[in-house]
Write a protein of this length. Structure first.
Length: 368
């Protein structure tokens, strides 16, 4: 077999493993195996998980041959299965920041939602509406939950402006999370900084309903949510000069009209206000990303979701891998004169684009 044919063989196996791991993750089989914490029979797994033994057996075939789960035999000559602890570390909900199991769901989920529409898009060039991705917001909330809990409060916010933002948040400022989805980040911030007032903006009504529900369950009186198309903000003067700090996590590259959205963000800031755009770390040219350890995965997510949703309504369709050069240039075009691009140690796949607008309007005097 040629080297390339061998590679294709591996791709077939790894693609299949990705799908089966996603099914195992969704059905909490890894969590259950971790809790059982010893080699167990299919019957024991079925009983602990309340899942069908025949389906489990076929799934275990994938896991055993894929060397995710170990097989041996008990004294009764029955097959018994063990999830090694070093594998559980990356596959269960307890894994928190190490959790890679959650991400295995992404490609199968996007395939189920959008395969046909994306195939159609290849012919027509049209976008794919957000409504085609009914389960994606929930998935985003799940991944954001792990990510934001890991870095947002303890690492990210304290790093902004060398801790100055943190002081302001404790004292009390007005904050907006643009493209807030189900409000995971916003609710966490509102809980941590009770003196500040937080407004989440998203055009996905169902996501905002979930965000409001979560805020209510957390008894947050300082978290508000608006269903709003961020591209329209620039036309609404009532939104101008409202916020001291605006953040947009993983949200700008999905926009149909990113320049209008960034102009709206600029307009919503008070003088001296700050904006953090956190977006994927990549170069704007495909050749820049050849050695990126996750590039095929990220481009595929973009192909199946970010780019087609960004193409809606004749939109720009930036795609997730729009890259640093394009991002910086768009921020500048939107009026953010100074853009600081910051690497984040605990979030190595994203970049923090930090923008601060002047605290007063500078007037240039010319000596006559
Ligand atoms: C990839 S998700 C990120 C969600 C969230 N910030 C997080 O970190 O989990 C992008 C979000 O941008 C929202 N969005 C896309 N276009 C929008 C628009 N024109 N106006 C407001 N929100 C928009 C989507 O509904 C989605 O919730």
């Amino acid at each position: 077999m040629s080297e390339f044919a061998g590679k294709l063989n591996e791709i077939l196996n790894y693609g299949a493993l990705n799908l089966a791991i996603a099914i195992g993750y969704k059905n909490r089989i890894f969590d259950i195996l971790e809790d059982l914490n010893k080699p167990v029979t299919i019957k024991e797994i079925a009983s602990a998980s309340k899942l069908n033994a025949r389906y489990l057996k076929e799934w275990l075939g994938v896991m055993v041959s894929g060397k995710i789960i170990e097989i041996s035999t008990n004294p009764n000559e029955e097959d018994i299965y063990l999830l090694p602890s070093e594998h559980a570390l990356y596959l269960t909900r307890k894994s928190e920041s190490n959790n890679m199991g959650v991400y295995t769901q992404e490609i199968p989920l996007l395939t189920a939602c959008a395969m046909e529409s994306v195939n159609e898009g290849f012919k027509t060039g049209e976008g794919v509406p957000f409504s085609k991705y009914p389960d994606f917001q929930q998935f985003m909330a799940e991944t954001s939950d792990a990510k934001h809990k890991k870095v947002l409060i303890n690492d990210f916010l304290p790093s902004v402006e060398n801790g100055q933002l943190l002081n302001c948040l404790h004292e009390g400022i007005k904050v907006c999370d643009l493209g807030c989805g189900q409000g995971v980040a916003l609710n966490l911030m509102a809980e941590t900084f009770p003196n500040s007032i937080f407004t989440g903006i998203d055009n996905h009504e169902a996501a905002i309903i979930e965000a409001r529900k979560a805020a209510q369950e957390m008894n947050l009186s300082n978290a508000n949510y608006l269903v709003l198309d961020a591209a329209k903000i620039i036309q609404k003067e009532e939104f101008f000069g409202l916020f001291n700090y605006i953040c947009a996590f993983d949200a700008i590259h999905d926009q149909s009209y990113p320049l209008e959205v960034l102009k709206g963000i600029r307009a919503m800031l008070v003088p001296g206000g700050m904006f953090s755009m956190v977006d994927i770390k990549a170069g704007s040219n495909q050749t820049d990303n050849i050695n990126h350890p996750l590039a095929p995965f990220l481009y595929a997510v973009s192909l199946m979701h970010c780019m087609p949703v960004g193409l809606n309504n004749n939109g720009t369709g930036l795609g997730m891998m729009w890259g640093q050069e394009k991002a910086e240039s768009l921020l500048k075009k939107a009026g953010f004169e100074q853009v600081e691009i910051i690497e984040m140690e605990r979030d190595p796949f994203n970049l923090h684009y930090f923008c601060k607008i002047p605290s007063f309007l500078s007037v240039e005097f010319t000596v006559p």
